[in-house]
Design a protein around this ligand. Structure first.
Ligand SMILES: [Zn+2]
Length: 210
């Protein structure tokens, strides 16, 4: 196994040290020290985005998970996103997450999806239906694209509330999944769109947040 990783030129996904492990999933991509830094349970985030009932994260944005999800997102490493998705699902299965009826992913822009060849958040969410017994429903759409270009950061933040909308009426309890949660602006915009469409409650789940 070590030789296989060495042949790929891949060390630990977090710190690049050589890996000597045959463990499956994310643990198999981390050195012993980084593996020990993996959280055992989801954290309830102290700061909830607006329109969201509860927000959960696998770990803090400034820690190991933030360090993993950033290169996974921008470095087009599909395997790492899929492995992080398995971690997310394992922790979600054992967490005090409320019962959800459906799962929505924060949609990425078509342009970004095209340039990467995959949808990062969809990869992260892929293992959740199996443990939460709820389907992923592609109900949210993003209307932005070029319209956001040229705006200042403050203008974009003010504008983000109109960026997402639901394709149809919904009901019940929803889980909204994203890769990271920092300002919470995107999550609250998506939550507002779901609420306006009829969602009764919304919990947010991210890989790295806070
Ligand atoms: Zn490491």
């Amino acid at each position: 196994m070590f030789e296989m990783f060495a042949a790929w030129g891949q060390g630990c996904a977090a710190c690049a040290h050589p890996i000597e492990t045959s463990r499956p999933g994310l643990e198999g991509r981390l050195c012993l020290q980084c593996r020990q830094g993996l959280p055992v349970a989801l954290e309830r985030m102290a700061r909830r985005p607006e329109f969201v009932d509860e927000a959960w994260t696998l770990g803090p944005y400034s820690g190991l998970l933030g360090g993993l999800v950033r290169p996974a997102k921008y470095g087009e490493r599909e395997w790492l996103l899929a492995a992080l998705g398995v971690e997310l699902a394992e922790r979600a299965a054992r967490s005090p997450l409320g019962r959800v009826n459906a799962i929505a992913c924060v949609p990425s822009t078509p342009l970004r999806r095209m340039s990467r060849g995959f949808d990062a958040v969809a990869l992260l969410a892929r293992a959740l239906p199996g443990v939460l017994d709820a389907p992923i429903v592609p109900v949210l759409v993003r209307r932005d694209g070029a319209r956001q270009a040229g705006r200042t950061h403050a203008e974009r933040r003010a504008n983000v509330h109109g960026v997402f909308q639901a394709r149809r009426r919904v009901s019940g309890a929803w889980l909204l999944v994203d890769d990271v949660l920092t300002t919470g602006t995107t999550a609250s915009a998506c939550a507002l769109a779901l609420r306006e469409a009829g969602a009764a409650s919304i919990e947010v789940l991210v890989v790295a947040g806070g």
